[in-house]
Design a protein around this ligand. Structure first.
Ligand code: 5GP
Ligand code: ZN
Length: 140
């Protein structure tokens, strides 16, 4: 897709600081890093949401994320890593091309845990939790 920023990076029409590339996956530094080493990992093919990815491509994507966590931590001497996907506009996805964020974390960096992404925690009854677990289980 020519109007997609990440497709344009994949195609070489826009520059990026590439850190990893294979036949199906590209990883490059985020242009507005949350920390030194903040890296984005994308499938080369344009897919908007995680659910749109074919299973083999999702597996390729996770395999690269797995390798990059230690590579990035080592490169910037980080203490830990937050890995995340903003999957859909309501979750904060601004670029509609699947991408995983690898965000190096440092002791005392002032950031929060992934629990901080939700606005508030719902107060759910045991029955509601049972129904939700069953509904997810039927679809998984
Ligand atoms: P999202 O909010 O969609 O999960 O994150 C999109 C990310 O892409 C942001 O962290 C933003 O800084 C990054 N980004 C946006 N445009 C570019 C670009 O042209 N090049 C690079 N390297 N990163 C970009
Ligand atoms: Zn794209």
């Amino acid at each position: 897709m020519t109007d997609c920023i990440f497709c344009r990076i994949v195609d070489g029409d826009l520059p990026s600081r590439t850190v990893y590339e294979d036949d199906s996956i590209l990883a490059f530094l985020d242009a507005n890093p949350l920390a030194p080493g903040h890296t984005l990992v994308v499938p080369k093919a344009h897919h908007e949401r995680l659910d749109d990815l074919p299973g083999d491509l999702a597996a390729d994507l996770f395999a690269v994320l797995y390798d990059l966590v230690s590579a990035v931590e080592d490169a910037v001497d980080a203490d830990a890593t937050t890995v995340g996907f903003n999957d859909g506009a309501a979750a904060g996805q601004e670029v509609p091309h699947v991408h995983g964020h690898v965000v190096p974390r440092f002791e005392g960096d002032g950031g929060g845990p992934i629990h901080a992404v939700a606005g508030s925690s719902p107060d759910l009854s045991d029955g509601e939790l049972d129904d939700i677990a069953a509904a997810i289980g039927e679809r998984a």
